[in-house]
Design a protein around this ligand. Sequence first.
Ligand code: ZN
Length: 436
Amino acid sequence: MSAHGADPSTLLRGADLVLTMDPFYGEGLLGAVEGCDVLIRAGAIAAVGRRLVPAPDTEMIDARGKVVLPGFVDAHTHLWQSAIRGRGAALGLYEWFSACVWTVVPRIRPSDMYRFVRLSAADALQSGTTTAVDWVPALDYEVSEAYLEAVSDSGLRFAHAAYQQPADADLAAKVLTGLVAPHPLGTPQVATVAHRDAPDHLRVHAELARELDVHLNLHLLEHRTDRSGDPVALLEEAGALGPKTLLNHVIHATGAELDLLARRGAAVAHCPLSNMRLGTGVMPLREIHRRGIRAGLGQDGGANDSADMFASMKAAVGLQRAVSQDPTGHPGPEEALYMATMGGARAIGQDDRIGSLTPGKRADVAVIDPAALNLAPCGARPAQIVFGGRPENVTDVFVDGVARKRAGRPTGEDPARLVAEAETAARALWEGAART
Ligand SMILES: [Zn+2]
């Protein structure tokens, strides 16, 4: 059931191109099939094939001329950070933390947190993102409640990585087990930090993640000065490196450290637009790929200012080419599309449920219309989508089979209202700050 009807069946009929991301169903890395239908039933992908025959009550969507692919998986973000969009425009990472994060989060009231998160989630959905992996700073319980109510009301699939001071680890556990785990679209994760100056953080959080059997999610070697905390050795000593460890940024890692991450099976999230905005560096993505480390793409919230996965894919390709002066290496456009979908799903251990249009998986689907001024005429489609695509080219988005965007329009709350409410919340936050 959903706010928009009871488990509808939907047939996306006759798409020009379906990028299943499953080589079993189509050609190449992206599992591409031309002239293909996708049937959604009871929230799952029921079938992918040519000239499918639907049940009589199936909603039909004419997908001729369109490209159908799995919804994007934003492997690292901070949904609350619509609160700080456009701010700290010339600050480096730690100055930006001070001005835009540490001093701001404690001042956000629950009702305003709802508005900021709701805006970000709606922006993600309208851009074709169906899953967001959210690293969430220390919040009071009632603020966490408002936060999760906003994500829930949006219809976005999410992983909620809760951070708390070690002394408050019980609060993180209460939020994760009481609010996130019961949610049909939610996955609990434990957020942490790794630094020699605060070793108890990693010890307590790694223990909680093991206890709950969930992912441990942290920023790693984002800034060159982070090397002083020796975080990779600290992670290894704490036994915290494994397949359920998601490491964000990983810019300033040595080759030996990358070797260790590969051996332990840890995954990474690459956030190129955030790294560019904050001037933190360029992830050694080719080195990471060469070692077989799972990698997804992330937006990183307000350090990026948008939920535009097309821009992130383009930047992921472009940064590696610019640094290497080699336009042939990893990632090409197809690999960027894979990172933005299956790569993210694999990085968070959910590739058995999402990330590809494999029958049986949950129906998280995006439809792109290339008949637009910025995309026509038709060329090599994956490259065209990565280099020229924009959120407004996404016409339809389904999460768990429920339409969250149809024919170019969000199906939920009126965007104008979400914008107005976020403006009200931002005024309360920033004008309040000016008075104090
Ligand atoms: Zn981040």
